[in-house]
Design a protein around this ligand. Sequence first.
Ligand SMILES: [Zn+2]
Length: 427
Amino acid sequence: MQAKTQQTNVSQTLSSPRILSLIDRFMRYVQLDTQSDPHSHTHPSTAKQKILGALLAQELTQMGAAEVWADEYGYVYASIPATVQTAVPVLAFCSHLDTAPDCSGTHVQPILHHPYDGADLVLPDDPQQVIRMVDHPALKRHMGQPVITASGQTLLGADDKAGVAIIMEFAQHLLTHPTIPHGLIKLVFTPDEEIGQGTDKLDFARLGANFAYTLDGGSWGSFEDETFSADGMTIEIQGIMAHPGAAKGIMVNALKIGARILQSLPPAGWSPETTADREGFVHPHRIEGNAETVRLEFLLRSFHTPDLAVYAQRLRELTESVLLQYPGASARYMVHEQYRNMKEVLDQFPFIRTNAQKAYARAGVPFVQEPIRGGTDGSRLSFLGLPCANIFTGMQAIHGKQEWVGVADMSSAVDVLLELVQVWADK
Ligand SMILES: [Zn+2]
């Protein structure tokens, strides 16, 4: 497929073979539609994800990777044999094949802007879509460098094809430079991360890794080993029903109780719209029911897991104090675990972070450790027995039409991975 380019003399002005190769890979991968589907009941959720998987398997075979395997569930596995004889933990590098269901991923037309000169990037298929440096300060780093955007009608898919391209480039480099000392390296590309099913059918035995890094982070230098801990809580209010014409002194309306409970939440703090950084919150995200029964659904989030029980108890007390004004009404409380802060696992293996820190330094990349106000495949992998942190890819403004990526950031991530495998192999 032919991609649009803003400049025709790209290969003359871009002299680095690494940069050219990353551009070529990335532009090819994003043009394959791999959107996942949250309403599907199949694995993978969409068969088209396997098309990219098959391409990667073919490219991995061609570059000489071992044990290349694309399975029926859409996962692609490969190995790069060790170049040292000493015992080194087996590392896996992981990125996801699918793109987010939030925005169209059909007929993605990547545009290479090179050299990026700081001017507004007006996306031609929808001139309303303008990527401005003032809104995207991370663009500053890419003055004079190649930047890739979509054309205005779709997302770009840098989440996570930037990660895919980085891992593929890294694999190619290791396989053509066997003098680089490293242990056994495993690669895995997963489907359906965006719909929370990226680890559902992962074959941990086939992967056979001790520790992992996902390539699914954002800004240059970011390193993520901490996520929210998350519970869901449902409060079910039971009122008392009566015929409205003869309800005096009998009816207790559950809808009104539900409204009072929501109103009793503090107006400042303790909500997504009033918190940031390391603050937790409760978030009523769904209400359903009728005058007799109402269900209120809450998301409970904190970086400190014991807070979740405190939050649940506080919601319970708020509810009970409202119920005091409605004799005869009652409430049931249900809490279910959603995911846990991966730091609880990763703190037991501090070298996952310290080795990354060394690799970032050797690659000349700042080490910016940030907690994620959400969850990732990495948290699931960590609790399933494969401790896993997340490395940057350069993807920006993800899941929308203004998504973009700077190729220099992708190249920098390849440098980090090449240093990282050597740090792990150091005695
Ligand atoms: Zn992602």
